[in-house]
Design a protein around this ligand. Structure first.
Ligand code: FAD
Ligand code: AMP
Length: 481
């Protein structure tokens, strides 16, 4: 192997592998180093997202949703299923097959684009050199014109709930349970906690989510967050806000959790499994030599500017290891931007329009600013909301929980944000993201012809409601001509 590259990427998660492919497409000689190994010690690409994140969690969400439908929802359609049973090891094995297929696909893409795929760990040295220790132990120093750091993130651990991989697990462990825990505790009612809590709740666990914050989904639009809490509570998730875990004690096959409640009283709860989902932190261990010239910020993220340049010339950083939301698609966009910048192009990322989705059922999705943010920014705005219960397709599909909320500037009518809890929210919000990217107004969306019957009619009606024009609901706002 020639040891001089135009671009070396360290990390093959959705940030790194996308950067490597785009760089290679642009004619740059590119290598991507990845240290992740499967249970047989074989190198695998894809990072958190493909191996223990987005993809496996969605596989289990899908399986558990099908089970729940068969058990609880199909009867209403006149379909009798007899006794419905769940075989957890088969469900987990299917998830692993999905993971293998997707992570294997990256190898194929690397080959097709002529990216050199290297399995082992990479460390940035001074002067854009990278020490590469292959999985077989062989070490060499590679050189590059540009290095892209994409080392990702790992779960945050808290001293009062140390993960033992058996009774107390992190998000990775919660994707591996071989049976349905009877009593399941989740510390942290954030995105990952709610998704994993939903999986096991649908399969029969009694799930309690202990959340330290007073507000549910504090960074989301609070009207949508409240609606979401109502729906999830109805489904059986016991979400306890203002509850801070202070200690845990594993006693044989169960764990006793101590926490303080809203009134400051000490409480105790006992679970068969406890998932710690209190966030993720940037991962830089073993990544940077002391003289690499790359700085970290106070949160331990690699410090970068808007273009993802670090302090060291020719060294870039992208994805979860840098500031911003820890989302796969945010990292991928940064990967494309950096590769194109290296190739001499001048792309930018619009960090104001990054969709965010929670894959509960129904899904929760948002793009742009929340009503709380727009208010805090002191801007005049109009809001339009529309409930799925007034959408024919949603009622026909028995998916009528939730609503769409659209926020637009009061003077220009430009869409500032859209927040949805409801069926296919992840796909619906993307329509608004495209509209916002083109600077459209609520009126523009309202004037667009939407197919009928579709879930997306709720987006059109919410846009109409912004100016008091909704058709399938009485308008609260005074109608503008
Ligand atoms: P990662 O995916 O973490 O990849 C980093 C890679 O770098 C890893 O493979 C690591 O082994 C490698 N690496 C690190 N250091 C070195 C080194 N020195 N040498 C070589 N290799 C190295 N996001 C979404 O957008 N949508 C979702 O639905 C979603 N669901 C999630 C569900 C769960 C359960 C979890 C845990 C996360 C989820 N996320 C989701 C978050 C998403 O997985 C991350 O935002 C995304 O994976 C970050 O991509 P990345 O490329 O920056 O880092
Ligand atoms: P997210 O950042 O979306 O993954 O969510 C993590 C959640 O965990 C946040 O809502 C935090 O408030 C919550 N959290 C952090 N520490 C604790 C704790 N000790 N007890 C309960 N909840 C916590």
């Amino acid at each position: 192997m020639s040891d001089k590259f135009d671009v070396i990427v360290i990390g093959s998660g959705p940030a790194g592998y996308v950067a490597a492919i785009r760089a290679a497409q642009l004619g740059l000689k590119t290598a991507c180093i990845e240290k992740w190994k499967d249970d047989k010690g074989k190198g695998v690409n894809g990072g958190t997202c493909l191996n223990v994140g987005c993809i496996p969690s969605k596989a289990l969400l899908d399986s558990s949703h099908k089970y729940h439908d068969a058990k609880a929802a199909l009867g209403g359609h006149g379909i009798s299923t007899g006794d419905v049973a769940i075989d957890v090891p088969t469900m987990i094995a299917r998830k692993e097959k999905v993971v293998k297929q997707m992570s294997g696909g990256i190898g194929g893409l690397f080959k097709a684009n002529k990216v050199t795929s290297l399995y082992g760990s990479g460390k940035l040295l001074a002067g854009r050199k990278v020490e590469f220790v292959a999985n077989d132990g062989e070490t060499q120093v590679l050189e590059a014109e540009n290095v892209i750091l994409a080392s990702g993130s790992v779960p945050v651990s808290i001293p009062m709930a140390p993960v033992d991989g058996d009774v107390i697990v992190d998000s990775t462990g919660a994707l591996e349970f071989q049976e349905v825990p009877k009593r399941l505790g989740v510390i942290g009612a954030g995105v990952i906690g709610l998704e994993l809590g939903s999986v096991w709740s649908r399969l029969g666990s009694e799930v309690v989510c202990l959340e330290a914050m007073d507000d549910f989904l504090a960074i989301m639009d609070q009207q949508i967050a409240k609606e979401t809490k109502k729906i999830l509570t109805k489904q059986g998730l016991d979400i306890r806000l203002s509850c801070r875990v202070t200690a845990t004690e594993v006693k044989g096959k169960e764990v006793e959790v101590s926490y303080t409640d809203k009134e400051g009283n000490e409480q105790k709860a006992v679970f068969d499994k406890l998932i710690v989902c209190v966030g993720r932190r940037p991962f830089t261990e073993g990544l940077l030599a002391a003289d690499s010239g790359v700085n970290l910020d106070e949160r331990g993220s690699i410090y970068v500017n808007d273009l993802c340049s670090t302090n060291a010339p020719g060294v870039w950083a992208i994805g979860d290891v840098v500031r911003g939301p820890m989302l796969a698609h945010k990292g991928s966009e940064e990967g494309v931007m950096v590769a194109e910048r290296i190739a001499g192009q001048k792309p930018l990322i619009n960090y104001d329009i990054i969709p965010n989705v929670i894959y509960t059922h129904p899904e929760v999705a948002s793009v742009g600013r929340t009503e709380e943010q727009v208010k805090a920014d002191g801007e005049d705005y109009n809001v339009g909301t529309f409930p799925f219960v007034a959408v024919g397709r949603a009622v026909a599909a028995d998916e009528a929980d939730g609503m769409v909320k659209m926020i637009a500037d009061a003077k220009t009518d430009r869409v500032l944000g859209c927040h949805i809890v409801g069926p296919s929210a992840s796909d619906l919000v993307q329509q608004v993201a495209i509209a916002m990217e083109f600077g459209t107004t609520a009126e523009d969306i309202g004037m667009t012809v939407f197919g009928h019957p579709t879930f997306s009619e709720a987006v059109k009606e919410a846009a109409l409601a912004v100016n008091g024009h909704a058709i399938h609901m009485p308008n609260r706002k005074k109608r503008k001509k």
